[in-house]
Design a protein around this ligand. Structure first.
Ligand SMILES: NC(=O)c1ccc[n+]([C@@H]2O[C@H](COP(=O)([O-])OP(=O)(O)OC[C@H]3O[C@@H](n4cnc5c(N)ncnc54)[C@H](O)[C@@H]3O)[C@@H](O)[C@H]2O)c1
Length: 374
């Protein structure tokens, strides 16, 4: 069957139940190739078919809570189950189900998948780059053994599984400006090594067992929620500390360029990618990004709003990590295949973060921890 016919059949079959919002932005053009018509962005999905039931692991981290909010808006509160091994706040309990789930406990996860009749698994549990370097054996367990558990479960129960990867999956041998989708990957952190492992195992399970594995390599994600111990955390911390005390000590050198993205773009990419018909995916792992900047460039933009902001620099071990990572991320394949398009540039990011942090200033304590590495 030609690709064109296959897609027509798929579209007809799914028009009833699948989001019309997504389908209508793709058209099949005459020569049988697919053209993305418009970025689908985030809009409400109206389905006549049942919504997927989704389990989010590591859901109380920087990305999980916001991700749950977005998915609950589209699929209903009860259909998105947030899980973690840490204690939830009142707020994270208020919008939908939360359960304890340790990704190192295969049987426990199996029970959840069966009891909640899970269809999709979003696997966020991980030890991030800086934290991973401080406890390599634990990072191996959580990032590698834990990932083995969830991928095996996804295979057994035929789940769609999303596992994020990172710019940290590249290393000093990779081209850094720009870093293409497929290139040398020889990371020098346990975090990066575990993410390359996840990418490869996921692709292998896809080819070998037909697993619907999907993976986006995110750059540094910037949101008002406390970050989890990554190398790009300064770009969150400066908003909290800068707005509170008008000063900030940065652990990276002023010239350290890294790819970044605002949380709304990150979740928009995730949502759009999760809902892309599989026929449009030329690969299972895509780079996505929105911008690249140095600490100095970010602080200059922030100073437009906080003119008295005083910045000092005291590089630590994270400088070595950052120097082996991409400076500019090439996400042209995601833009071509499934219409990825970011909304936030540096200027909009800074405006939004100031607004978010002023609204949500409860994370001061955790921000101190960001700067207390080594
Ligand atoms: N935040 C970013 O900038 C960024 C960038 C690229 C990729 N990612 C990826 O996105 C995912 C989520 O990142 P995040 O920033 O929210 O991380 P985070 O550190 O804020 O959250 C990770 C969560 O995993 C949980 N966890 C740890 N061990 C666990 C276990 N044994 N069982 C269950 N949960 C466990 C932690 O309690 C924590 O809540 C990670 O896989 C990360 O690699 C994040």
């Amino acid at each position: 069957m030609s690709l064109k016919n296959m897609l027509c059949k798929h579209f007809l079959k799914t028009t009833q139940g699948f989001s019309r919002n997504i389908l209508k932005y793709y058209q099949i053009i005459n020569n049988g190739s697919i053209k993305e018509v418009r970025n689908i962005g985030i809009r409400k999905v109206h389905t006549t078919e049942k919504s997927p039931r989704i389990l989010i692991t590591g859901g109380l981290g920087q990305l999980g809570t916001e991700c749950a909010k977005l998915l609950r808006k589209h699929y209903g509160n009860e259909n998105v189950i947030l899980s973690d091994i840490i204690k939830p706040t009142e707020e994270s309990l208020s919008n939908g189900p939360f359960i304890f789930a340790d990704i190192l406990d295969f049987k426990g996860l199996q029970k959840i998948v069966v009891n909640y009749r899970i269809d999709w698994l979003i696997h966020f549990s991980a030890l991030l780059s800086a934290v991973g370097e401080q406890n390599v054996p634990l990072a191996v367990r959580v990032n590698i053994e834990g990932m083995h558990n969830v991928i095996e479960l996804a295979k057994q129960y035929k789940l769609r599984i999303f596992i994020p990867s990172t710019i940290g999956a590249f290393g000093p041998d990779s081209p850094r400006n720009p870093t293409p989708n497929v290139t040398i990957q020889r990371p020098r952190t346990i975090y990066g090594v575990s993410k390359v492992h996840a990418e490869l195992l996921g692709e292998y399970y896809h080819h070998r067992f037909g697993l619907d594995f999907r993976c986006l390599r995110f750059p540094g994600v910037i949101s008002s929620d406390p970050p989890g111990g990554g190398t790009t955390d300064y770009a969150v911390a400066v908003f909290h500390e800068g707005l509170l005390t008008q000063k900030y000590e940065c652990y990276l050198e002023p010239y350290t360029r890294l790819p970044m993205m605002y949380i709304e773009d990150c979740l928009s990419a995730l949502f759009q990618f999760l809902n892309t018909p599989k026929e449009l995916l030329q690969r299972r792992v895509y780079n996505v990004t929105a911008m690249s900047f140095t600490p100095e460039e970010l602080f200059e933009e922030l100073k437009k709003h906080v003119p008295n902001l005083k910045i000092s620099y005291k590089p630590d071990g994270r400088q070595y990590i950052a120097e082996s990572w991409p400076q500019v991320f090439d996400d042209s394949e995601a833009r071509r295949d499934w219409g990825w398009k970011h909304k936030y540039n540096l200027e909009k990011l800074v405006e939004s973060m100031i607004h978010d942090v002023r609204k949500n200033s409860s994370s001061k304590r955790s921000m101190k921890e960001v700067n207390s590495y080594v």
